[in-house]
Design a protein around this ligand. Structure first.
Ligand SMILES: [Zn+2]
Ligand SMILES: [Zn+2]
Length: 330
């Protein structure tokens, strides 16, 4: 992969240029080229890549994600019992804002290969999944065979229009929507929320989940923290910047909660290990040998913390993820 040009960006939520540099980042998972700068907006406290690839250059960082091997791995992870449990909690949060009715239409933006569409259909909803990737849509068609699930490919505007949204506005509106780990990837988070808002019926509700800039693990692991995921993660939201984005998009009754994210601590530790103690280390052998006992001890502490602290981190407001529910006024 060749290096793609970068640009200097303003805050994607409020447009401010006043930002405090937070962390210099490089791709620690696949070692793809590029150096990026995460910054914190001084106006709305949003975390964002102030130095990032251009929109054209970003495509290269998603290549290969959905090749044959990639789809297989993603399907296993995203349809595991654990992933289904997390989706169940998201559905419960959404159902509390807008009761599920049989046949009600639901839109899942950036559905990927997740099990959410199938779980929604099992609850009697008519689910529509939207994704850019043909491979993801194909995988979902096979996975949701025989259920009331429709797949749209492309942008929301185009897909909605070609599904008859313009001529049949009333029938095409959605009672509820979801964006699970989508918003941190987009160059235009507020506009994308507004687009969904426009397609919801009055009283419709949305559930959104994103990584949190206020995470405890982020301060602990610094640039090795998995959800930095540069440069795909353009945005890392704070409670404040999330509330602002939802209000600017038109939503009311915005509720933000910490959401537990299993194994982020352990995955971040594995990344740290690879770069500091393992394969990609620049430390000399004797230094590494001396550091091993300490590193193992730290790993054990992280594992224990990761298994036992979901609840505590979510309660204290320093979980790795934030979950939002909000409604469109009647
Ligand atoms: Zn801002
Ligand atoms: Zn993400």
């Amino acid at each position: 992969m060749t290096f793609s040009p970068t640009e200097n960006a303003a805050c994607p939520v409020c447009g401010a240029r006043e930002a405090q540099p937070l962390q210099t980042l490089r791709d620690r998972l696949w070692s793809r080229p590029g150096v990026f700068q995460m910054a914190r907006c001084q106006v709305c406290s949003h975390g964002f890549l102030a130095v990032r690839p251009t929109q054209e250059g970003m495509g290269a960082y998603y290549e290969g994600l959905y090749d044959e091997v990639g789809v297989g791995i993603e399907e296993k992870l995203q349809r595991s019992v654990l992933a289904q449990m997390l989706n169940w909690r998201r559905m419960r949060a959404l159902n509390a804002r807008r009761r599920f009715r049989p046949g009600a239409r639901h839109l899942d933006v950036g559905c990927g290969v997740s099990s959410l569409l199938r779980q929604l259909a099992a609850r009697g909803l008519a689910a529509v999944g939207l994704d850019f990737e043909e491979a993801a849509c194909q995988s979902q068609r096979a996975y949701c065979e025989g259920l009331d699930v429709e797949l749209w490919r492309g942008t929301l505007d185009e897909a909605y229009d070609s599904a008859g949204g313009v001529v049949d506005e009333g029938r095409q509106r959605f009672a509820s929507a979801s964006m699970i780990h989508y918003l941190e990837h987009t160059f235009t988070p507020v506009e994308d929320l507004r687009r969904v808002y426009q397609r919801l019926e009055p009283g419709g509700a949305i559930v959104v989940e994103v990584p949190s800039i206020e995470s405890f693990h982020r301060s602990l692991f610094q640039s090795y923290w998995l959800p930095y995921l540069p440069p795909q993660h353009i945005s890392l939201f704070s409670r404040r910047s999330l509330r602002r984005a939802f209000k600017d998009a038109g939503f009311v009754g915005v509720r933000v909660r910490g959401a537990s994210a299993p194994f982020i601590g352990l995955s971040s530790f594995a990344i740290w290990w690879t770069w500091v103690m393992g394969r990609k280390s620049s430390l000399s052998r004797p230094v590494q040998t001396l550091a091993w006992p300490l590193a193992f001890l730290w790993g054990a502490v992280v594992l224990l913390g990761d298994l036992g602290s979901f609840w505590l981190l979510a309660k204290s407001g320093h979980a790795d993820h934030l979950r939002v529910t909000a409604v469109k006024p009647r």
